[in-house]
Design a binder for this molecule. Structure first.
Ligand code: ATP
Ligand code: MG
Length: 567
């Protein structure tokens, strides 16, 4: 491609709203443009990278006996009602109506659609196993679209669905996908790690997320120093401390705690440890207000709360709603005397003796409160977030935190959807059985952004070779110099003839401008043609990852570039 004809609108400055390095660089280097919140154009360079990632995904899927198909984006509401997810998906779902007032959604995912397809076509064990996938735009009206392609409202996903006769077959499909995902992300040049995860709205039993390690990652990963344990912090189990405190319960007392709203304030005012206080938190679980108790020095984990109290949406309650129900605002809340509100307590509260909690009266707390005697709970559960440094749930080693961008997830669904939609087959004996399903997603556009997040420097993007938009840029120092241009053209054509993807920067620009764009765009190889090329057949060869140029003959340069890209 000739730069003079290309549509690569690079920018000198970072766009004001771009909130991460990958977002800034992808806009500045002319890969994407924003249309509206969470909606992006892929410009020609962005489109090239996207296609390359898609092709890697296709190769790995096809190698694992998956077959590509394409389902409609517009999905009938009735199917989602059959599984009950029309309501579960809530505000994240883009809903539309046709001219006859029939309801549809823009697909956020396709479990319902594919199960419907398969239940109508598959009848016999001979047709199983089946692994079917598509690569397509998905639609989710995210509460906070951000980070460019990382959290869009329209994004490209590869979604694969496996259909097996039994759990053993599903295990095999799951393993095959786990391996295929590992291959995909390695080939994309991502530093990625599979972690144990939560099923969320999709449901099912075993699931792993593939996390691209990055500081801007929205997920926290807990991993172990000494073994291979790694999990999303949402599900990492916390140890239950069974040590009984040897203290006699004292009589509960109400004390004045002026200007003490946080646990720290109250602990300091009463001269006790934060471990002696409990946090009383209220959540809005759909229409219901629920209460969660946690030892003062621990953090509550919403995913665990939602497991114990199943609901469609769980959010921290608004202060007004709590004040209305309890008669007291944040800062002095507690479980004593709470009526008609379910109370769930973390294990850490169970053995506390003579604890401190809010009195449900502004600026008052109770001291010497004892669980069981002074308040009752639904039960004690693991409801907190594992802290960095606590013992590994698997081996007891020391845990650490890392941040990750979820680029893929694999799920064993089991029979959740096949049962709801009645997808079954007849076995060898003519007996009807429910199909066992798995589903497997890759955020293709998110993978593109995550790769940039991991591969860049102060000058721009550093594309891994396999997914670079072009392999080589050839830069004549002076496009006006006919001899230089002739040599540059020659190199350009020879590299193309050897199968490389090449850009010829034939623009009538200063060399500094061309070098800046080359670094910003991030081509793996740059070949510069200047005066020495004309006088001595010598050009400059530079890898995007290297600090220095090398001077090589034209022939050597071509050999080196081809070898580097194809190795
Ligand atoms: P998240 O927790 O980040 O919202 P998710 O768990 O809801 O993602 P899945 O339903 O597992 O996502 O979708 C499969 C893959 O699609 C994810 O692993 C992720 O890479 C990608 N993905 C999900 N939501 C978005 C989005 N809003 N923008 C871009 N990619 C996304
Ligand atoms: Mg997920």
């Amino acid at each position: 491609m000739r730069m003079s004809k290309a549509f690569i609108p690079t920018l000198r400055d970072n766009p004001a709203e771009a909130d991460t390095v990958s977002h800034q660089l992808l806009v500045r280097a002319g890969f994407i443009r924003k249309s509206a919140a969470g909606l992006y154009h892929y410009l020609p360079l962005g489109m090239r990278v996207l296609s390359k990632i898609e092709n890697i995904v296709r190769e790995e899927m096809d190698a694992a006996d998956c077959q590509e198909l394409l389902m409609p984006i517009v999905q009938p509401a009735e199917l989602w009602m059959e599984t009950g997810r029309w309501h579960v998906y809530g505000d994240e779902m883009f809903r539309i109506q046709d001219r006859h007032d029939r309801s549809f959604c823009l697909g956020p995912t396709h479990e319902e659609m594919i199960t419907d397809l398969v239940r109508n076509e598959v009848t016999s064990y001979r047709q199983l196993p089946l692994r079917l996938y598509q690569i397509q735009n998905k639609y989710r009206d995210e509460r906070r679209p951000r980070f460019g392609l990382i959290r869009g409202r329209e994004f490209v996903m590869k979604d694969m669905y496996s259909f097996d006769r039994d759990p053993a077959g599903l295990d095999e499909s799951y393993q095959a996908m786990y391996q295929a995902y590992t291959n995909v992300f390695r080939r994309c040049g991502l530093n990625c790690r599979p972690v144990e995860a939560d099923g969320g709205a999709i449901g099912g039993s075993a699931t792993h997320e593939f996390m691209a390690l990055a500081d801007i990652g929205e997920a926290t990963i807990v991993y172990c120093d000494s073994c291979d344990y790694a999990a999303n912090v949402e599900i990492a189990p916390c140890p239950k401390d069974d040590t009984k405190i040897d203290a006699a319960p004292l009589a509960m007392e109400k004390v004045s705690t002026p200007n003490s709203k946080t646990i720290e304030d109250v602990a300091a005012f009463l001269k006790v440890d934060a471990k002696q206080c409990i946090k009383t938190l209220f959540f809005q679980a759909d229409e219901e207000l629920i209460c969660v108790l946690m030892r003062g020095d621990y953090e509550v984990n919403d995913v665990k709360v939602q497991k114990v109290h199943p609901c469609y949406t769980l959010e921290m309650a608004e202060e007004e709603a709590v004040a209305k129900a309890v008669g007291c605002s944040f800062g002095s809340l507690g479980p004593v005397g709470l009526k008609d509100i379910k109370i769930y307590a973390d294990y850490s509260v169970e053995n506390m003796v003579n604890l401190v909690c809010g009195a449900n009266e502004e600026a008052y707390h109770f001291i010497n409160v004892n669980p069981g005697r002074d308040f009752q709970v639904e039960g004690y559960y693991d409801l907190r977030t594992l802290n960095e440094g606590e013992p590994c749930p698997k081996c007891g080693g020391v845990t650490k935190y890392a941040r990750g961008i979820e680029v893929g997830q694999v799920f064993k669904l089991g029979t959740k959807y096949s049962e709801a939609l009645n997808a079954s087959y007849l076995d060898e004996n003519g007996k009807s059985n429910i199909i066992h399903m798995g589903c497997y997603g890759i955020g293709v556009s998110r993978t593109l952004a995550a790769t940039v997040e991991q591969n860049n420097d102060e000058n721009g993007i550093i594309w891994p070779k396999n997914i670079a938009p072009y392999h080589v840029v050839v830069v004549p120092i002076s496009a006006k110099d006919e001899e230089q241009m002739a040599i540059a053209e020659n190199i350009y054509k020879q590299l193309q003839a050897q199968g490389l993807e090449v850009v010829l920067d034939d623009r009538n620009e200063r060399p500094g401008v061309k070098f800046k764009d080359a670094d910003l765009i991030g081509y793996p190889v740059r070949i510069t043609v200047g005066k020495k090329a004309v006088s001595d057949n010598i050009v400059e060869y530079k890898l995007r990852t290297a600090q220095e140029n090398e001077e090589l003959t034209v022939e050597e340069t071509i050999t080196r570039a081809v070898a580097y890209i194809k190795e």
